[in-house]
Design a binder for this molecule. Structure first.
Ligand code: FE
Ligand code: ZN
Length: 505
């Protein structure tokens, strides 16, 4: 006899509904304001959380299945890379500087994003939002882990990888990325979503990941290509979440527009400054280059970013305030930062070098209006000093921008021969900035940025100018991790090992 059984399997839509909407409930013995104390204090008005459109419908079990599959593939390739001495397939050990910078400055940012999304997932009342944030929190932690695992293999053979966590906390150039994420994590939930979900993931991530991953592929680094691919499919979800959140805020109440616009202005500029490190990596650190920073900006900034802001114009959003200044800086920033990294190379946990004649030819071709005019003469001068046995080293302390924390090395937007320096006096104290953009961020929230921890003055406050004690504190091994690439242990080892792998000597 046929038994009538209940339908056991739910379709995807039903499962998603059970996972999200049916998990939400109205609090009974506490008010909604008590349960979600942070959601109103930024001034964003939300009338109906039910209007939140989930940009992707992914159930938890499907999520784990996809991610587990990716992990299996990832670790299979990373294992193969380790067992087959994949590190000897890179073009040149100079390439490792880009990896070190990535591990010290960017991977900890992934981890910070994970913490941030876990927090905003708790702070937002909408269940669809909570689930999306929870998944992104897990994604970001996974990104940090896969990156650390992929790069740990290089740590067995090369300098500069061993103390990335100390570098992240204490070295000056990593502070640029760290202060960006600290700023986002200490903001309210909506601002966090604009900072990471929108500005970072949607506007800037292509300028970071695409050139970096193609740079890795061009330079034979399969370990990095693999973590890039593994993160790529998450990225699409993250970008959708960021864009959905911004549209939700704009649709909920017209009063939200000026607040959202202010955040777009702020986080575009903060992100743009972080990209300064990426520009240097692209133009100087990749032995085999994919495209110049200028070319990447044309595609991912001007074209993609331009299309995005044309789309958002219907909500009354205009392009970020610093956009024009950014455009004026594109042909200068990588050169200005590399000159900085070179002169302060005693304090970097990676190597830098004077560009070769070939490098300079390439740079002149890619930057026809600026390189020969402003930067080649400086490099030539530095080259002469090095040849005379008196290399240009700056043991003085750079003045750091109170907002982005980069040394104040940039020039005026309309005069590349004049250093740009802005000052604001707040409660009797003077603060320095690298640009109008950074100064404005400070002036909108001075009470936040006066608290910023600046890594360079630390050298004087804690160690009384004792560079060796400072190096100890940041876990920098003098003569191994820092300084010029030429003559470094990395250079010598790489040449020797590669020679062993490719000859009978
Ligand atoms: Fe990520
Ligand atoms: Zn700045």
């Amino acid at each position: 006899m046929d038994m009538k059984t209940e339908k056991k399997t739910l379709n995807l839509k039903e499962r998603y509904r059970l996972l999200t909407r049916d998990l939400g409930w109205e609090p009974s013995y506490r008010s909604a304001d008590e349960v979600f104390p942070y959601v109103k204090y930024e001034g964003i008005k939300v009338h109906d959380w039910g209007k939140w459109e989930d940009p992707f419908r992914l159930t938890m079990d499907a999520y784990w299945k996809y991610q587990a599959e990716k992990e299996r593939k990832f670790y299979a390739i990373v294992d193969a890379h380790a067992q087959n001495n994949g590190h000897l397939n890179i073009t040149d050990a100079r390439y490792l500087s880009a990896l070190k910078l990535f591990l010290q400055a960017i991977s900890p940012g992934e981890y910070a994003a994970g913490k941030g999304f876990a927090r905003v997932g708790r702070e937002f009342p909408g269940v669809g939002t909570q689930v999306a944030c929870q998944m992104q929190a897990l994604d970001e932690i996974r990104h940090a882990q896969t990156q650390i695992h992929a790069l740990s293999n290089y740590n067995k053979y090369y300098d500069g990888f061993h103390a990335f966590a100390d570098a992240r906390d204490r070295i000056w150039y990593t502070s640029v990325a760290r202060s960006f994420f600290d700023d986002a994590m200490s903001a309210g939930p909506f601002e966090f979503m604009i900072a990471i979900g929108f500005s970072f993931e949607y506007v800037l991530t292509n300028l970071l990941f695409v050139p970096f991953m193609s740079g890795a592929a061009y330079n034979g680094d399969m370990a990095t290509v693999t973590f890039g691919f593994s993160a790529q499919s998450d990225e699409a979800r993250h970008m959708t979440l960021g864009l959905e959140c911004i549209k939700f805020m704009l649709e909920q109440d017209p009063d939200n527009l000026p607040i959202v616009q202010g955040w777009i202005d702020k986080w575009f500029w903060r992100g743009f400054r972080v990209l300064g490190l990426v520009s240097t990596m692209m133009d100087y650190m990749l032995p085999k280059r994919v495209m110049s920073w200028r070319e990447a900006w044309e595609i991912y900034g001007v074209e993609n970013g331009g299309a995005l802001f044309r789309d958002l114009a219907r909500y009354g959003v205009r392009p970020p305030k610093g956009w024009d200044d950014a455009e004026k800086a594109i042909d200068h920033m990588s050169h200005q930062i590399m000159l900085g990294l070179y002169q302060w190379s005693f304090g970097t946990s990676f190597h830098s070098w004077i560009p070769s004649d070939d490098d300079m030819e390439w740079l002149a071709k890619k930057y026809p209006t600026t390189f020969d005019k402003y930067y080649r003469p400086r490099w030539n001068h530095i080259k002469k000093l090095a040849a005379a046995g008196t290399p240009f080293k700056n043991f003085g302390l750079a003045k750091l921008c109170q907002c982005c924390q980069l040394p104040v090395v940039f020039t005026e937007p309309d005069d590349p021969t004049l250093l740009c320096n802005r000052e604001t006096v707040y409660e009797g104290e003077k603060y320095h900035f690298c640009s109008d953009g950074c100064q404005q961020v400070f002036e909108n929230e001075p009470e936040k940025y006066v608290q910023a921890w600046l890594p360079m003055p630390q050298l004087f406050q804690m160690f009384d100018g004792d560079v060796a004690a400072w190096m100890d504190w940041v876990s920098l091994r003098d003569g191994h991790d820092n300084g010029d690439y030429d003559g470094s242990r990395d250079q010598q080892n790489f040449q020797q090992w590669r020679g062993l792998a490719t000859s009978n000597q």
